[in-house]
Ligand binder design. Structure first.
Ligand code: FAD
Ligand code: DLZ
Ligand code: SF4
Length: 518
């Protein structure tokens, strides 16, 4: 029989290791829409639409190129509902002599795949996913024997490995490895970033939208504005316009937030990169070329490259190094249920409601909203990591556990006890006020520290610092804050703690069933 090549929903490239060099007449490609994957968390409607539509477009593209594709739709009679079940059915149909699959992005799926050699009586070959710049083994080698892991050092290795922004003598272009300090301009006025291309749903997408409204009507999110690229060509167009129109200011405004403006100068490429529609290294090389051609400054280009060959690669390695433990880590013993407003958007905190609105309408929020608004609140309020993780995994169109979990558990919630981040990213309202225009029209006053009408981030910040004093006082990057706290005196401290507790008492935990069927 032929070789069976299952291609998972986030492996949508013809340059996949399992296809490279294969003869078309000796290969059956298998793609599967399965219930288990569509519901392991209750993904945002746009996320399911995006993945199914991109899968269907990719299958058509493969067929046009002469490949034989066996495509299983969600509602096909006999759909077994799982990858393993569908591969078993395909093995019956095609009697393959071998199965070649690229390793899965997610632990849960990879565990299932690793049972295939025992389950199926043909050869099963599991290939490394070489769309990443560092292999899982390479990260492991780098990490072994360290007890703290910092993105910075790993990133420098990746710069050397790829040669991106490296001079002949192995030094970084411009003399510094990392221009993070030049990525923090506050927004001025309305900003007016040029619009990215928005794609009207075509017939394939519309059909998927109907399916999603029918089968997943109780999932979070709206399909009213489904504008994501679903093909390589559309993703390419998004990348082109980013390089031509927005990369130049990306660096300055990476951490800025503006009410009602969802993209700003960000690339909006994560969904396409994660699906396989765009190649991360290729994008970085094009950003580097923009710098060399004088079209974008170094702080933008280094910043963009750092997010991709630094953070993106780093969190992926970190995930595989610390799974399965990372999923249940809870170093700060946070036990509060996730507030219901994460799902409904019903809160008077303007920074949160705007970030949740964008999440609901676009299945997207940009990095600093995810980190310093939504994440910071969950950290300060002491929300249970499992529920926070489920929320992020469900609501973002670019969310796969390998990238979501390290960002949420380790970067945002410090649930790993500081392996990834040198300190919790805790901040009071002051930070949000500096980096956004949210506060001016908020019902709360950012300059008011305690009592009625005070920005809740202010007392929550000190409540967090006070309740984790034992652990955080030792931390040389944050420990100094306690002398400020101690200088306040008992009355002021009591004010902060009482205000925080009064606010925490008003939080209504989410009703069951938003993120997982139970
Ligand atoms: P840009 O700002 O244009 O950045 C360029 C690219 O860099 C992104 O497309 C992405 O591929 C990469 N990148 C940037 N930051 C990170 C990061 N911290 N980790 C990994 N890659 C990064 N990104 C996801 O792809 N999926 C997720 O599920 C996800 N969850 C997150 C959860 C939290 C709590 C935080 C703080 C960040 C998360 N991120 C996640 C990272 C980041 O927020 C998104 O990649 C980014 O907002 C996507 O928009 P963009 O393409 O416009 O990014
Ligand atoms: C997220 C997702 C969803 C919603 N549905 C499917 C699907 O039906 N078929 C598929 O192949 N992949 C799907 N995915 C992506 C997978 O859950 C998973 O995230 C990746 O394959 C990485 O392991
Ligand atoms: Fe957010 Fe506080 Fe500013 Fe309101 S005042 S927008 S709650 S930071």
């Amino acid at each position: 029989g032929p070789v069976l090549v299952p291609i998972l929903g986030d492996q949508l490239t013809r340059n996949l290791a399992s296809l490279r060099g294969r003869a078309k007449d000796d290969t059956v490609i298998l793609m599967m829409e399965v219930w288990d994957e569509a519901t392991y968390v209750k993904h945002h409607k746009q996320k399911i639409t995006l993945i199914f539509s991109a899968m269907r477009h990719f299958a058509a593209d493969l067929r046009d190129a002469g490949w034989q594709v066996d495509y299983i739709e969600l509602t096909d009679a006999g759909n077994a509902g799982s990858f393993t079940g569908e591969v078993a059915r395909a093995a019956e149909r095609h009697s393959p002599r071998a199965i070649h699959i690229v390793e899965a992005g997610e632990w849960r799926v990879q565990q299932a795949i690793e049972e295939w050699p025992d389950k199926f009586d043909c050869e099963v070959e599991i290939l490394p996913d070489d769309r990443f710049i560092a292999s899982i083994a390479e990260f492991r080698e780098w990490a072994e024997g360290r007890d703290t892991f910092r993105m910075e050092y790993f990133y420098r290795e990746m710069r050397r490995k790829t040669g991106l922004l490296i001079e002949n003598d192995d030094k970084p272009v411009g003399g510094q490895w990392n221009l993070d300090k030049e990525n923090r301009k506050p927004p001025k006025g309305e900003m007016d970033a040029p619009q990215r291309p928005l794609f009207e749903p075509d017939a394939i997408t519309r059909q998927v939208m109907e399916l999603v409204e029918e089968k997943f009507s109780d999932h979070f999110g709206s399909l009213d504005r489904f504008e994501w690229p679903v093909t390589r060509e559309q993703a390419e167009e998004t990348a082109e316009t980013f390089f031509a129109q927005r990369l130049a200011k990306f660096g300055d405004y990476q951490d800025a937030m503006v009410y009602g403006e969802d993209d700003l100068w960000h690339s909006m490429l994560s969904t396409s990169i994660n699906l396989g529609l765009l190649d991360p290294l290729d994008l970085c090389q094009r950003a580097e070329a923009a710098y060399q051609d004088g079209k974008a400054p170094l702080n933008s280009v280094e910043g963009f490259i750092r997010q991709i060959i630094g953070w993106r690669e780093y969190v992926r390695g970190f995930y595989w190094y610390f799974m399965p433990g990372l999923e249940s880590d809870n170093a700060l013993n946070a036990q509060r249920g996730l507030p219901e407003f994460y799902w409904t958007g019903e809160t008077d905190m303007r920074c949160l409601s705007d970030s949740i609105r964008s999440t609901h309408d676009n299945a997207h929020a940009h990095h600093i909203q995810r980190l310093m608004v939504l994440g910071n609140f969950a950290l300060l309020a002491g929300c249970n990591p499992r529920e926070v993780q489920d929320w992020y995994l469900a609501v973002y169109a670019d969310a796969y556990e390998w990238v979501e979990l390290p960002n949420v558990a380790a970067m945002v919630l410090y649930a790993d006890g500081g392996k990834l981040a040198s300190k919790p990213y805790a901040a009071s309202g002051n930070y949000i006020n500096k980096m956004s225009n949210y506060c001016k029209e908020c019902r709360y006053s950012v300059s008011k520290k305690t009592g009625e009408g005070a920005c809740p981030f202010n007392p929550l910040y000190w409540h967090f610092m006070d309740r984790h004093r034992d652990r955080l006082e030792q931390n040389h990057r944050i420990g100094r804050i306690y002398s400020t706290w101690d200088r306040m005196g008992k009355d002021k401290q009591r004010d902060y703690l009482d205000s925080a507790e009064a606010f925490l008492d008003t939080l209504k935990p989410a009703a069951k069933g938003w993120a997982r069927d139970d």
